[in-house]
Ligand binder design. Structure first.
Ligand SMILES: *Cc1c(COP(=O)(O)O)cnc(C)c1O
Length: 385
């Protein structure tokens, strides 16, 4: 196989650190579902899932049946997979056949699940998602009693695996009033289950932010995405943690991925010349330039034109000119002895310098999640210690 223009390394020890930190926060008895939608937030499902399993994770959440299929192809037999989003009706038999758990957010879907389960002679494992205030997907309160009745009557076909909801914006403390209202409504649904004497096996509503910060949202399981990859869900949540631990700097979460490429070519540019397309960058003095073999089609955001930085020989080299579709240039005038083939760090550490993901997001207005999830699946990922 030929060499790709960049590569991503994933640190097993950093991942372990993150799960240790999250487990310490959420406490014993709370199961972690590792959220690996969007190709594991760009980390790569195929590489990330086995790494998480090594850390004791045995439950994964995805947004679609398409992603579930990918997890299924790499996970161990004992691992559970849960689809939180799109599962087309025609794929429900596939999900039931493979024991894949899925969200049900309207009554009609329950009828189909039962029919499929009966036909295949295998239970459908469902999580009833209820509407509590995020107003995306979720069963409305009006349909709830009917749903629990149906689940009770059809327990031989449908396993009431979970009762869940999604909190809309637990990352921001200013939204806490909204989260509180959602938690209250969720508890009302639970109360109805109790009254009707049929409880779900797992209650779960928290994603990273709520799981790290708000105890009353943890219940039996938390759905952890961004935090497991080593990112704080928001400055607010990090602040709450520091306040709780009475520390000023502790991080506890470590970025697990490093993204590297290497130098494709070197050139000298005379003062007054323009670099790359158009007139975006004009050399004000004679410069030494390195050409790198990737661009916006390879996940390096175009918004970093004239703004980004990479590491070469442990020193920061600023992007000069526009990020092209599959090339960009950096200024190396201040770095001696640079050669073609030298390692270039796009995200991560090299000697005493670091390029964090946040440096991308600061410059481009991209969300951390957005930047990561856009990393093309074609970039090779590799687990390292
Ligand atoms: C993406 C997602 C999560 C994980 O969110 P993070 O903030 O990344 O932890 C949890 N639940 C649902 C329904 C999601 O879509």
């Amino acid at each position: 196989m030929v060499k790709h223009s960049s590569r991503i390394a994933l640190s097993q020890s950093a991942l372990q650190t993150n799960f240790n930190f999250i487990r310490k926060k959420t406490g014993q008895g709370v199961r972690i579902s590792s959220v690996v939608k969007a190709n594991a937030y760009g980390h790569g499902i195929a590489e990330f899932v086995p790494m998480a399993e090594k850390c004791g994770i045995s439950h994964f959440s995805v947004a679609s049946s398409f992603e579930a299929e990918e997890v299924l192809s790499v996970c161990s037999d004992k691992t559970s997979i849960m689809i939180m989003g799109i599962l087309y009706e025609e794929d429900i038999p596939w999900a039931v056949e493979n024991g894949i758990e899925f969200y049900v957010f309207n009554f009609e879907r329950l009828l189909i699940a039962k029919e499929v389960a009966e036909r295949l002679g295998k239970k459908a494992v469902v999580h009833i998602e209820v509407e509590t205030g995020a107003n995306r997907t979720g069963l409305q309160a009006d349909d709830f009693k009917k749903t629990i009745e149906y689940l009770t009557e059809n327990r031989e076909y449908i396993q009431f695996e979970g009762l869940c909801t999604h909190l809309g914006g637990a990352e921001t403390l200013a939204n806490k009033f909204k989260i509180d209202a959602q938690v209250l409504r969720y508890n009302n649904f639970l109360e109805t289950c109790r009254e009707m004497n049929y409880m779900p096996r797992k209650r779960h509503i928290a994603s990273s932010a709520a799981a790290l910060a708000f105890e009353e949202t943890r219940f039996d399981m938390v759905r952890i995405g961004v935090a497991q990859y080593g990112f704080w869900p928001s400055p607010d949540i990090r602040y709450l943690h520091l306040q709780e631990t009475k520390k000023t700097t502790e991080n506890g979460l470590k970025r697990i991925f490093t993204w590297k490429t290497d130098i494709m070519d070197l050139r000298k540019v005379k003062a007054g010349e323009y670099i790359g397309y158009g007139t975006a960058y004009q050399a004000v003095q004679d410069m030494d330039i390195a050409v790198l073999p990737l661009g916006y089609s390879n996940g390096y955001p175009r918004g970093l034109s004239n703004r980004g930085q990479v590491l070469i020989k442990g020193k920061k080299a600023p992007v000069v000119g526009l990020i092209n579709m599959n090339l960009f240039m950096v200024n190396i005038s201040h770095i001696p002895d640079v050669a073609v083939g030298d390692e270039v760090v796009l995200v991560g550490r090299q000697k005493n310098n670091v390029i964090p993901v946040s440096s991308f997001t600061d410059a481009t207005q991209l969300l951390n999640n957005e930047m990561l999830s856009r990393l093309p699946a074609a970039i090779p990922r590799k687990a390292v210690t």
